[in-house]
Write a protein that binds this ligand. Sequence first.
Ligand code: FAD
Ligand code: FES
Length: 281
Amino acid sequence: MYSIVEHEVLAPRVHRLRVQAPVVAEKAKPGQFVILIIDEKGERVPFTISDWDSEAGTVDFVFIEVGKTTQQLATMQPGDQLLSFIGPLGRPAEVGQFGHVVSVLSGYGIAAMVPILKALKDNGNTLTTIVQAPDQDRLFGQKPLEELSDTLILALGTQGDGMMESTTVAMRKLLNQHPKRRIDRVIAMCSLCLMRVLSEMTRPYAIKTMVHLTPVMVDGTGMCGACRLSVGRTNRFACVHGPEFDGHEVDGWEVLMARRCTYADESILQQGFQCRGCSQW
Ligand SMILES: Cc1cc2nc3c(=O)[nH]c(=O)nc-3n(C[C@H](O)[C@H](O)[C@H](O)COP(=O)(O)OP(=O)(O)OC[C@H]3O[C@@H](n4cnc5c(N)ncnc54)[C@H](O)[C@@H]3O)c2cc1C
Ligand code: FES
C-alpha cells in the first residue's frame, strides 16, 4: 500500500497529492508518469510525476477532477492509502542543450512540466513559458514557473476556442520574431487539440515541437496496446515510446483524439473542457 502524505487544493477542482513511494522516487526522471489504482474496485489511471524527493521517498502529482477516479482521489486525505502506485513509467523527456525553448502549458501540465523546465534550465537553455488557463481563479503554480522562466506569458481566456486563441496569438507573436529572436524548440503539455495546432504552427518554421501525448492507457508497459499511436507512419505505444513525441511526426491526431473521447460522457462535457476527451482546459 502507498500512503498519501499530503493533499493540497491548488485551484477549484485541481489537487496535488504527495504519496510515499520510495522506489518511484528513487528512479523518477522529468516527464515520466505513474499508474495508480485506488482500491480493489479501482481502475488503472496514469498521472505525470510533478515532483519527487528521493531522500524522503515521496512522489507528487497534480490532477484535475474529471470523472470517477479523480473525484475519488479528491476526497482522499493524508493517511489514506492507495492499493497500487507503479512507476516511473515512460521515457523521460529530452532535456538537452537546445538554446531558446518555448513551452506551452495548461491544466495539470502547469505542474507536470516543472521538472522538465528545471532540467532544461540546469542545462543552460533560455526558457519562454506560455501558461494557458480559463481564468485567474484556475491559474495555479505560477511561482516555480516565474523562477524558472526567462519570460512568462499568461494566456488567460474564456473556455473553448477563445482560450486556445489566447495561446495561439502569444505563440504567433513569438514566431513572428523568429529567427531574429530564434526559437530552437517548443514543448507542449496541454490539450490534445492545442498541441496539434501548435505543431502545425511551427511546422513551416521547422522548429522541433515536442508534444506530451495522453492516449488511454491500461497496463503502461507496452503489453495491452491501448495507447497505440501512429508516429512517423510507425505504430508506437505512448507508454513505452513516449509520452513525449515529435509533434510534426504524429500522423494519427484524429484517431488519438477520437479514442481519447471514447469514454467521455455528458458530465465531462458540462465541465467545459476544451477538448472533451483530454481532461485539459
Ligand atoms: C501519460 C499520461 C499522463 C497523465 N497525467 C495526468 C496528470 O498528471 N494529471 C491529470 O489530471 N491527468 C493526467 N492524465 C489524464 C488522466 O489519466 C485522466 O484524466 C484520468 O484517467 C481520468 O480518470 P477518471 O476516472 O477521473 O475519469 P473518467 O471518467 O474515467 O475519464 C475521463 C477522461 O479521462 C481519460 N481517461 C480515462 N481513463 C484513462 C486512462 N486509463 N488513461 C488515459 N486517459 C484516461 C479519457 O479521455 C476520458 O474521456 C494523464 C494521462 C496520461 C495517459
Ligand atoms: S498502456 Fe498498454 S501498451 Fe501502453
